[in-house]
Design a binder for this molecule. Structure first.
Ligand code: HEC
Ligand code: HEC
Length: 375
């Protein structure tokens, strides 16, 4: 359809040649394309009210153990909805062990977290607020806190029809809010280019697109509208220095390994995050992580499950060298020259919005005594 439109529109021969090239190189993989609206589960329908409630809850520390660790503590709009550090801080007093992922476009994944251990935003929110190095909240305590906020009681009643808030409803509302934190295609050079604006991407980015789809082979994993096939690979991402230098990192990594049920032997010998293995317990999955989206990277540094790369140049240099040691992804050195590496970076940049998606924190309603409820 799109190709026809280009032909009928009388676009340049060059554009047709590029399109034909891309098609030839990428026929085995779903092409990068403009994101449609995110899928909405039948049992959690969208409405203005649920999104507004979810936005408040995303910023509300009541949904954490000590009342001070809302989702927004680690997913800040002005650092790309992650927290901007290589490895996230954790619940008070703890380190986390992984890079805080962006929630931008998380609505499109069916496998969430770096190891894909959750399959819906609703379940993910519960795991995030309850996890010991995340929100560390107890479900019944968090529910009780919501029950003591007259404004919430009214809003939950409005949206869900129950007399009092239930904590599972809070996860539904947060998930609904996150389904609105998505890319606006009109702001993305690549999407404008696909929509027919031939000048939307620089020549360098256009060359980078050809490399991405062809010689550099990125499309094999970063494909489809999201730029992720949601599969898992061990690409040999190096261990960050923090893991070797600070006991806080080592103890949390060991604890996670223990808590996720690894064998005693692995627990005694492990020196790095085992990724997908924690979910499947298949030895071949050790060190495999979910392919992340290549959208919005300009706003979401640093990169990889452990944030070991600060810039897109670092990431491209990693792939140019054929990935890391002890990988199972079978990446080969790309032998790109400096210009080609710069072109690839320019293309990755063209997959991000021109401006970051910012949002002001909403006002959080007050807690009341029960005597104050009916006033
Ligand atoms: C203490 C910091 C912290 C807090 C608090 C926190 N997160 Fe996260 N979040 C992270 C980290 C780190 C990851 C990656 C964890 C992993 O892969 O194991 C993550 C991953 C995610 C993802 C997965 C994105 C993807 O691409 O798969 C979503 C969605 C998310 N968080 C939403 C939330 C929500 C909703 C809350 C509040 C209920 C929350 N987070 C609270 C640090 C945090
Ligand atoms: C074999 C599948 C595969 C191929 C091929 C591949 N990637 Fe990746 N990519 C991944 C996986 C898996 C990760 C996450 C690795 C980790 O964190 O351990 C990743 C991470 C990234 C990231 C970091 C994103 C983030 O949010 O942290 C970027 C950028 C990236 N890849 C770009 C590229 C480029 C450019 C190419 C081509 C030169 C490429 N990838 C080829 C699977 C692949």
């Amino acid at each position: 359809m799109k190709r026809f439109a280009v032909i009928l529109g009388g676009a340049s021969v060059l554009a047709l040649a590029v399109a034909a090239n891309v098609a030839a190189d990428t026929e085995d993989f779903p092409p990068l394309q403009t994101l449609g609206p995110p899928p909405i589960p039948a049992d959690n329908p969208m409405s203005e009210e649920i999104v507004e409630l979810g936005e408040m809850l995303f910023w509300d520390g009541r949904l954490s153990g000590n009342g001070t660790m809302p989702c927004s503590a680690c997913h800040l709009p002005d650092v790309g909805w992650g927290n901007g550090t290589p490895i996230s801080f954790g619940y008070s007093g703890n380190q986390h062990w992984r890079n805080s992922q962006t929630i931008l476009n998380s609505a499109y994944y069916t496998r969430l977290f770096w190891d894909g251990s959750q399959t819906s935003l609703e379940a993910q929110a519960s795991a995030a607020a309850g996890g010991a190095v995340g929100g560390n909240g107890d479900g019944s305590m968090m529910e009780m806190r919501l029950r003591f906020v007259p404004d919430y009681v009214e809003r939950f009643n409005d949206v869900f029809g129950t007399d009092y808030p239930r904590v599972s409803q809070a996860w539904n509302a947060i998930a609904a809010f996150q389904r609105t934190v998505v890319t606006d295609a009109e702001q993305v050079p690549f999407d404008r280019y696909l929509a027919g604006d031939q000048g939307a991407m620089s020549d360098s980015a256009l060359r980078g697109m050809e490399l991405f789809n062809g010689e550099a082979g990125c499309i094999a994993c970063h494909n489809g509208a999201l730029g992720s096939n949601q599969q898992f690979y061990n690409t040999g991402v190096p261990t960050p220095p923090e893991f070797n230098e600070f006991p806080e990192f080592q103890l949390v990594m060991l604890w996670e390994t223990y808590a996720k049920g690894a064998s005693e032997e692995l627990y005694r010998t492990v020196t790095d995050d085992m990724g997908l293995y924690h979910v499947t317990k298949r030895p071949g999955d050790i060190g495999s992580f979910r392919t992340p989206s290549v959208r919005e990277l300009v706003w979401t540094a640093p990169y990889m499950h452990n944030g070991v790369f600060a810039t897109l140049e670092d990431v491209v240099a990693f792939y140019n060298a054929g990935g890391g040691e002890e990988q199972t992804a079978e990446l080969e050195p790309l032998n790109l020259d400096d210009q080609q590496m710069a072109d690839l970076v320019a293309f990755l940049e063209a997959l991000s919005m021109d401006e970051p998606l910012l949002m002001e924190p909403p006002e959080i309603p007050e807690t009341a005594t029960w005597a104050e409820f009916d006033q």
